[in-house]
Design a protein around this ligand. Structure first.
Ligand SMILES: [Zn+2]
Length: 264
């Protein structure tokens, strides 16, 4: 029996239950007919003009995108907006869209867990972990390095895992680090939680100048890897997970998307 959009939705609901998503989020099947078959599937971080074009050209039946599209309520669907143009093109080409977003951040095998494991942390827990009702799902992650490393050494390890050339840092490069918090994407709102957990370092994609100052003033080191790089690896892994579970489907991570930020 060929896989359908509904069977993919069921699998993704098990993998990253949508009730783990934040209240403000927009997750699940956002565009498409659940009864249509799926033979070709593309994962991506974001549906952009470039990744949408790739999905249409390569005849994807379904895009699984981390960031939702549409995200905000849509009152007009016209070619006058970027969102409208992309959605109209996808709908005309019969490409469905599913987004797990913050459910994928928080689920057991989600992006934050993968990042924590990529740094070889042990005793990994969500940042909102409650010993009274322990759960392996939740926001962010924190854990311990096997041995103390300097901030500069953690930065090197992180660059290796994410295959990036540089990160932005707050804090003394020689500072010894043992306990690390991670929050993929734009997770400056988790800084105080990381501090309460006794972490020496918080790793996220991006945050504000004032959060950087606050981290510096309170002795919490920061590594900022860029929003794109803090999450993109998770969509490459999700493509592998889906390919393994659905042998009849050709699955690939978008080759056309990239960070919009360049270093000149
Ligand atoms: Zn994000």
């Amino acid at each position: 029996m060929p896989a359908t959009i509904r069977s993919l939705c069921d699998f993704l609901e098990d993998f990253a239950p949508t009730d783990l998503a934040e209240d403000w989020d927009n997750v699940g099947l956002l565009v498409g007919d659940p009864q249509r078959p799926v033979e070709r599937l593309m994962t991506c971080l974001t549906v952009t003009p470039a990744s949408a074009k790739e999905a249409i050209q390569k005849k994807a039946d379904l895009i699984v995108t981390h960031h939702p599209l549409p995200f905000h309520a849509v009152k007009q669907l016209t070619t006058e907006s970027t969102t409208g143009r992309i959605l109209l093109d996808l709908i005309r080409a019969n490409v469905a869209v599913y987004s797990p977003h913050t459910a994928f951040d928080s689920t057991f095998a989600g992006i934050n867990q993968q990042l924590a494991e990529g740094l070889h942390l042990s005793e990994i827990h969500p940042l909102d972990f409650d010993p009274q009702s322990p759960s392996e799902t939740g926001i962010g992650r924190c854990g311990l390095l096997p041995t103390n490393l300097s901030l500069a050494d953690v930065a090197s390890q992180l660059k290796g895992f994410l295959t990036i050339e540089s990160v932005q840092a707050v804090g003394d490069p020689d500072k010894p680090i043992q306990k690390i918090a991670v929050g993929c994407g734009s997770a400056g709102h988790l800084l105080s939680l990381a501090r309460c957990r006794g972490c020496d370092l918080f790793i996220t994609g991006e945050t504000t100048f004032h959060n950087c100052l606050e981290a510096e003033a309170t002795g919490l080191s920061l590594l900022l890897v860029g929003h794109y790089h803090s999450e993109r690896f998770g969509l490459e892994e999700l493509a592998r997970v889906l390919a393994k579970s659905f042998k009849t489907i050709e699955v690939w991570p978008s080759a056309a998307e990239s960070s919009p930020l360049r270093r000149l």
